[in-house]
Design a protein around this ligand. Sequence first.
Ligand code: GTP
Ligand code: MG
Length: 212
Amino acid sequence: MNKKPSLLIIGNSNVGKSSITRLLMPNPRKFKGKTGKTPGSTLLIKSVSQENLAYEIVDLPGFGYILHSSRRRSEHIKKQIVIHIEKHHKDYFCGLVIINVLRIEDELEKYFFQNKKTIPLSFELLSFLREFNIPLLIVINKIDKISNMDKVKIINLFVESAKQYRLNVVHLDKHELYNDEEIPYLDFSALKKTNLEKLKKIIQQLLNQIRS
Ligand SMILES: Nc1nc2c(ncn2[C@@H]2O[C@H](COP(=O)(O)OP(=O)(O)OP(=O)(O)O)[C@@H](O)[C@H]2O)c(=O)[nH]1
Ligand SMILES: [Mg+2]
């Protein structure tokens, strides 16, 4: 039997990767990956698969900060991710980069506005993944935690800052075809299932693309 194509889910600890993985599962009760608990609970690189799901999901910890983890440990994780992507990028038909909407302002403040020499981890991760030509989708998660006004403000800040790193981030709806230039984003809530159908649809479209 042929190996199923893989969907990459990547993002920092506690952003909602396992929650989103669960939402994509036809049979979430059988999904054993734990959500919640202590941050950094997903450290091993392994794929999850279900009979009725046309693809496998690989849930990776993001670059950089993992709470309560030493610097050496985060460097180690970063290295593992780089090695994994370099080796397996061809297996991936789509990469979901999950970002916690509540963390965006802090990250940009610290690594962009206050220090122009550093690159915010989200942008570093996007630039890195893009080199491998994996179609990417940014999922801005946990929007249920903020007002609509704050959401618009924060996402605008994110989109504008990304331009400084030559990352052209656009809303999924404005995005017609996947190309090297634009990276679409979707505002999302795993808790409220906001935009879950849109997410499933785009994954399906990308899956169809590699089959045709
Ligand atoms: N309010 C809200 N909470 C969420 C949302 N998505 C996830 N959470 C919560 O955030 C916490 C972390 O979610 P996980 O899915 O475990 O996050 P993760 O990225 O897999 O975390 P690690 O495996 O530790 O890297 C859990 O308590 C979830 O219930 C969301 O959209 N809204
Ligand atoms: Mg997890």
